[in-house]
Design a protein around this ligand. Sequence first.
Ligand SMILES: [Zn+2]
Length: 190
Amino acid sequence: MIVLDGDAYQVRTDGKAYPVPDTRQTPFASVTYFDADSTADLPEDMDFAAFQTYLDSWLLSENLFYAVKIEGTFSYMKTRSVPGQSKPYPPLVEVTRQQPEFEFTEVTGTVVGFRCPPYASGVNVPGYHLHFLTDDGSAGGHLLDFRVSRATVSIDETAGFFMVLPGEGSDFYKIDLSQDRQAELEEAEK
Ligand SMILES: [Zn+2]
C-alpha cells in the first residue's frame, strides 16, 4: 500500500496500482503528515544502497524516526508486491519468498516511506522501508532497488511515534507474539 497526498493505493500482484476505498481495512500501515525539514538533489546513477549510506550521513540522529520522500525520474526501479493471503496466515517470510517483482526503466514518480531506528524492531521495520508510485498512479510497489536519473529527496525528522493496536475481538488478541521474528523480518523486508 502507498499513501500519498491523502490518497491510498494498493499494488497488486500484476504490478498495477489500484485506488483503495475509504472503507478498506489494512493489518499494518505507517503514515504521517509529511512536513519537509531538509531537501537535497540526488546524484545521477545513485542506487538504493548508496542512497541509504548518503542519507544516513546527514541525519540529525540515528535514534529518531524519519519520513522520506523522493520525487523524480529513475533510470531503473525494482519493486515487489505481496499476494493476498487467507487463513491460516503463513509467516510473511514464507509469502515474500514467492513475491512477484516488477522492473521499470525511465520511470517518473514518488518514493515514500520511513527510516525507523534500531530500537523500533518488533513494532516496525528498522532502517529504510520505502514504497514507490508512478506519477500517473498506475503502478509501483515495495521498493527493492533504484537508480536515480534526476531526483530530489526530502526528509521529515519525526520525534513522535504513535501506535494504534487492533480493536477488541481481533485475532491480534489471541495470537502468540512471544517469538522473536526479527531475522525473518530482515529477510522479508530487505
Ligand atoms: Zn513494504
